[in-house]
Design a protein around this ligand. Structure first.
Ligand code: HH2
Length: 287
């Protein structure tokens, strides 16, 4: 694990310690913070706070992917995110754009973004060329169905082998189209076409995903599986559950955590890293 890096254009991210990807939804309808950062000034202020709290990457998105959400046209998605991406890049942030549209990804990369977080794992046939040409980082996420339909009784014979097999195929597809392996991160897609049992199995199955030799990203922050297990209805009150899942994902071999609460996640993961063998003081991996 010590030598693994995630390369995003000119940035090399060291994966021997946990990386935090702060969520910045510039949308009116995201599941836990819809509308809070829809105005660019509020979104940029939020970016500054997350950077000060220790975010390694800011994940900026202009289209909600919550269950049942409607698609947003590319022009509208681009209009929402570009001013925020430009400002975040000026602040010195490493930026990923949360989009599945090649056209939106291209505009975001031209504005200085470093990576594309694609929850459809490159369903858009033009996405590979956009990522390959720019040397951008790439997150490939598993989803069963689309946000409109994905929670309609999803079924798997074996969720871990199906999701791992899908991501392996998508990794090969990306590599064959010019996206180098060290630029790719793989994500099991917690909550995207999965029951609570599937989500729990996938969190236990992270070692199988890590065996594929790419960076592993997990986004469990505030998600509904915490409601199903604990009964907590309010996404804003799911921080303890989110921290537990991030720490367990780390113990399973995840490298990057997509989170809403950066400061709390930073502390939890620094402790996890210390117990698992990475010392921030020595800056070395002890095992
Ligand atoms: N989850 C969400 C959105 N994008 N990207 C990756 N790679 N992994 C995830 O688990 C993931 C993601 C959903 O969370 P959120 O952004 O808070 O809500 P919304 O999609 O409603 O904007």
């Amino acid at each position: 694990m010590g030598d693994l890096r995630w390369t995003l254009r000119d940035r090399e991210m060291d994966l021997s310690r946990s990386l935090l990807m702060g969520v910045l939804n510039v949308t009116p309808d995201s599941f836990s913070d819809g509308g809070r950062w829809a105005d660019p000034t509020a979104a940029i202020a939020r970016a500054e706070v997350m950077l000060a709290e220790g975010a390694d990457i800011l994940d900026i998105g202009g289209e909600s992917t919550r269950p049942g959400s409607d698609p947003v046209p590319a022009e509208e998605e681009t209009r929402r995110i570009l001013p925020v991406i430009r400002a975040a890049v000026l602040l010195g942030a490493v930026v990923s754009v949360d989009t599945s549209k090649a056209e939106v990804a291209r505009a975001a990369l031209e504005a200085g973004a470093h990576a594309v977080n694609d929850v459809t794992a490159m369903a858009d046939p033009h996405m590979p060329e956009v990522v390959a040409e720019t040397g951008a980082g790439l997150v490939l996420m598993h989803m069963k169905g689309t946000p409109l339909t994905m929670q309609n009784a999803p079924k798997y014979t074996d969720a871990v082998s199906e999701v791992t097999g899908f991501l392996k195929e998508r990794r090969d597809y990306a590599e064959n189209r010019g996206v180098a392996r060290e630029r790719i991160a793989l994500d099991p897609g917690i909550g995207f076409g999965k029951t609570v049992e599937h989500n729990l199995a996938l969190l236990n199955g992270i070692p199988a995903l890590a065996d594929l030799g790419c960076a592993v990203l997990v986004g469990a922050s505030r998600k509904r599986l915490i409601l199903h297990v604990t009964g907590e209805e309010d996404p804003l009150r799911r921080l303890p559950g989110s921290l537990a899942l991030a720490v367990l994902a780390r113990a399973g071999g995840a490298h990057i955590h997509r989170v809403h609460n950066v400061a709390a996640s930073r502390q939890a993961l620094e402790m996890a890293d210390a117990v698992l063998g990475y010392s921030p003081i020595e800056g070395t991996l002890r095992r």
